[in-house]
Design a protein around this ligand. Structure first.
Ligand code: HEM
Length: 456
């Protein structure tokens, strides 16, 4: 009889989610010497009250931990959507991302990119007819190739370069996972920016060339039209960059607008690339996947698979890749004295998802709880404004805008991996070590190693 392992699909989901969220965790890490008083919040009702009912108060994350001198002689704070203060600039940048590449109507265009990446991943894993694999690098490269194409279109980064960068990025994930690596990060960030700037310039040139020869820039056969960098090149942001929020937005139109500089675009590009970088369960999932007729990677088809959705949701409830939602609140502003005291609130994402009052046997991996009739039926990945039972993508006005794309990546790769291979521990009977690393973001202490056998 075939042994069915219930504990292998979850780690894959957890790892994919961690890859995809690396960027966020890095951005939220404070520099230790500047850490203000911290209050940890684990209670779901309290979290709700803070992030939803008092969203205007809890609207800012810590200012980017490190001002970076990535433009010679010019010390700048790196601005990405997640680090910029809540205000006009934040609104312009977030709106550009959410209504552009992340808009639900655009996500269908990601399916062909997923198809290419899935084929390459399966070819890599089935190379020698199966065997024992450490999944991390192969999965990382697969996700990375998709997001690079969404970011730059095709033709800016070559296939070979893509694979090399995917692997380099994977090894950076590993190197950056411990707090003690943080000191090295300023330098690493400058190097990353230095890699990104020429890619932005190359895309700009591609656009110029196509304007000159009258062709459309995407006529080079790019599968993903109007990639993220194009939207940044076209974007105009408020000129005064005064972060104060004027909620009425009344005179926004009259304000002077300016384009972004390449040095402003680079951290945004990096944020995009980084953001997007657990077998009864396995068998049940496999049956559901095989029963669905049609294109293997059709996003609509995958979205309609309740058990696949439940497995992903249960994995993110138990093992959210982002440990805490961080907000800085001015506790005592005395402008005359130049004093601006800040209190830092850390909403503990894992504690909320494992709250014993909200969940039966909260520590147990049981996807069925999210199916019809289960205690979690109808619970969303992003809480509405009634209650918070889990919050892997945050809550309130600064919740993750990438929830659609993030879950789409996970659905697509998990589905392909379970459809194509049978998964077992390297040694029959071994348990998967789910110990977590005290890292910037959640990772498995022991990277998942599995024996995979191509399915007939
Ligand atoms: C499994 C995948 C992902 C997870 C678990 C995740 C999780 C999170 C969390 C917990 C936050 C903080 C929310 C808050 O503070 O309330 C966040 C913010 C953010 N995420 Fe994601 N994320 C994922 C994928 C993505 C993707 C694919 C993108 C886009 C390319 C993205 C872009 C962002 C941005 C820009 C922010 C900052 C939003 C703001 O400050 O307005 N994330 N994410």
């Amino acid at each position: 009889m075939r042994t069915i392992r219930a504990d292998l699909v979850g780690p894959i989901v957890v790892f994919l989610a961690a890859v995809i969220t690396l960027r966020r965790a890095i951005r939220n890490a404070p520099i230790l010497s500047l850490v203000p008083p911290i209050i940890n919040v684990s209670d779901p009702a309290m979290t709700m009250s803070m992030l939803v009912d008092h969203a205007h108060v809890f609207a800012n994350r810590p200012v980017s931990g490190f001002p970076v001198n990535f433009q010679p002689g010019n010390l700048l704070r790196s601005h990405s959507i997640s680090t910029v203060s809540h205000g006009r600039l934040w609104r312009a940048l977030r709106c550009n991302l959410s209504s552009g590449v992340l808009h639900p109507s655009r996500l269908a265009a990601v399916s062909p990119l997923h198809r290419d990446a899935v084929h390459a991943l399966i070819a890599t894993l089935s190379g020698d007819g199966g065997g024992v694999f450490v999944l991390r690098d192969a999965l990382h490269t697969a996700v990375f190739t998709v997001v690079v194409r969404m970011c730059f279109g095709d033709g800016v980064v070559s296939d070979g370069e893509l694979r090399a960068r995917g692997l380099a990025a994977a090894s950076r994930v590993v190197r950056l996972r411990r707090w003690r690596w943080w000191n090295h990060f300023g330098g690493a960030f400058r190097r990353i920016i230095a890699h990104i700037l020429p890619l932005i310039a190359a895309r700009r040139q591609q656009r110029w060339r196509s304007q000159i020869d009258g062709s459309k820039v995407d006529e080079d056969g790019s599968l993903f039209r109007r990639p993220y960098v194009d939207s940044l090149l076209d974007l105009r942001v408020p000129d005064d960059d005064n972060d104060v929020d004027d909620n009425d937005g009344s005179d926004d139109k009259r304000r002077r607008q300016r384009p972004l500089t390449d040095h402003e675009m680079a951290p945004l590009v990096w944020e995009f690339l980084g953001a997007t970088t657990q077998t009864a369960v396995q068998e049940k999932l496999h049956q559901e996947l095989m029963a669905a007729a049609g294109d293997d990677n059709d996003e609509r088809l995958l979205r309609d698979m309740p058990y696949l959705g439940a497995v992903i949701q249960e994995s993110l409830r138990l093992h959210p890749p982002v440990l805490n939602i961080v907000r800085d609140v001015a506790a005592n502003e005395d402008e005359a004295a130049g004093v601006n005291e800040v209190v830092r609130y850390m909403m503990m994402v894992g504690d909320v998802g494992r709250d014993g009052k909200a969940w039966k046997d909260p520590g147990e991996f049981r996807p069925e709880r999210f199916l019809a009739g289960g205690e979690g039926e109808g619970v969303g990945l992003v809480p509405g404004n009634k209650e918070v039972r889990m919050m892997p993508f945050g809550v309130g006005r600064r919740h993750c805008p990438g929830v659609g794309l993030g879950t789409m990546h996970i659905r697509c790769f998990v589905a392909a991996l379970v459809r194509e291979f049978e998964w077992a521990p390297p040694v029959e009977g071994d348990a998967v070590d789910m110990a977590e690393l005290d890292a910037l973001f959640k990772m498995m202490k022991t990277p998942l190693r599995a024996r995979i056998t191509p399915r007939p």
